[in-house]
Design a protein around this ligand. Structure first.
Ligand SMILES: [Mg+2]
Length: 229
C-alpha cells in the first residue's frame, strides 16, 4: 500500500462491533409476531420492501426500522392488527437500541498499533443518538480524532468528509465490511479502501461481484491492515 496515507477511517457497524446479527434477531422476532397473517419469510420480504421505499425519507438506523415494522404490520394485516402487536413491535425496536456493544476480534489491538501514527476517524451511517451511544459504550472514543455520522455513504458524502478533514483522497484509507458503502465510493473518488468481510450482510448492502483495483485490499480480519501500512 502507498505510504502517503495519513488518515484512516473505519466503518463502525460490523467492522468495529457487532450490529447486523442484532437487527436480524429483531426481524426474526417481528416475523414471528406476524406469523398469523403471513409466513415468516414473506413478512421479512414485506419488511424489506417497506424499508427500501422509506430509505430516502428515514435514512438508516433503528428508528426508521421501527417505523417500517409498524407500517408493514398495517399492510400485512390489512389494518386489522391490534395495538398490542404494535406495542410489542416498538418494544423490539427499543431492545435493539439497548443492546450491549461487542467489539469484533482484533479491533483494540489494531487501533492501539495505529494510534499516534495516523489520524483515525469513524465514518458510519445510522441514527445520530444511537451511534453516539454505541461509541460511548464501546470505550473506543479516545482513539478517534473525528467521528462522522453520515446520512449516506455515497461519493459526495465521502468528498464532504475529506473536505472537512482537509485530506486528499490519495492520503485517505477507508476500512469497512460493506463493498457498496465503504469501498466502491472511496475508490471512485481516488482513495484507498480495505474490505473486511463480516459473516452477515444486510440484503441492501450485498455485493457479489469480484473486485480488483490497485487501491483496494481484501483482508481476512481488521488486524490484517497492519501488514500493509
Ligand atoms: Mg458496516
Amino acid at each position: 500500500m502507498n505510504n502517503d496515507i495519513t488518515t484512516i477511517a473505519f466503518d463502525a457497524d460490523d467492522t468495529l462491533w457487532v450490529n447486523e446479527p442484532y437487527f436480524q434477531e429483531a426481524e426474526k422476532e417481528f416475523c414471528i409476531l406476524l406469523e398469523n397473517y403471513l409466513p415468516q419469510h414473506s413478512v421479512s420480504q414485506e419488511l424489506f420492501k417497506t424499508e427500501m421505499q422509506n430509505l430516502p425519507l428515514y435514512g438508516y438506523g433503528v428508528k426508521g426500522f421501527m417505523l417500517c415494522m409498524v407500517e408493514t404490520i398495517g399492510r400485512v394485516s390489512e389494518n386489522t392488527a391490534s395495538l398490542e402487536l404494535i406495542n410489542k413491535t416498538i418494544e423490539i425496536g427499543k431492545e435493539l437500541l439497548q443492546k450491549p456493544i461487542e467489539l469484533l476480534e482484533g479491533v483494540t489491538e489494531t487501533l492501539d498499533q495505529l494510534k499516534g501514527k495516523y489520524r483515525l476517524v469513524i465514518a458510519t451511517k445510522g441514527d445520530l443518538l444511537d451511534q453516539e451511544r454505541k461509541l460511548k459504550k464501546s470505550g473506543l472514543q479516545d482513539y478517534f480524532h473525528h467521528i462522522e455520522i453520515m446520512s449516506d455513504k455515497k461519493e459526495s458524502d465521502y468528498k464532504k468528509l475529506l473536505k472537512h478533514l482537509d485530506c486528499q483522497p490519495k492520503n485517505f484509507l477507508m476500512l469497512g465490511n460493506s463493498i457498496k458503502s465503504d469501498i466502491l465510493p472511496v475508490l471512485e473518488i481516488g482513495g484507498f479502501a480495505a474490505h473486511i468481510p463480516y459473516h452477515i450482510t444486510w440484503s441492501h448492502e450485498q455485493h457479489n461481484h469480484h473486485l480488483e483495483h490497485d487501491r483496494f485490499l481484501e483482508l481476512k480480519s481488521i488486524n490484517g491492515i497492519l501488514n500493509y501500512l
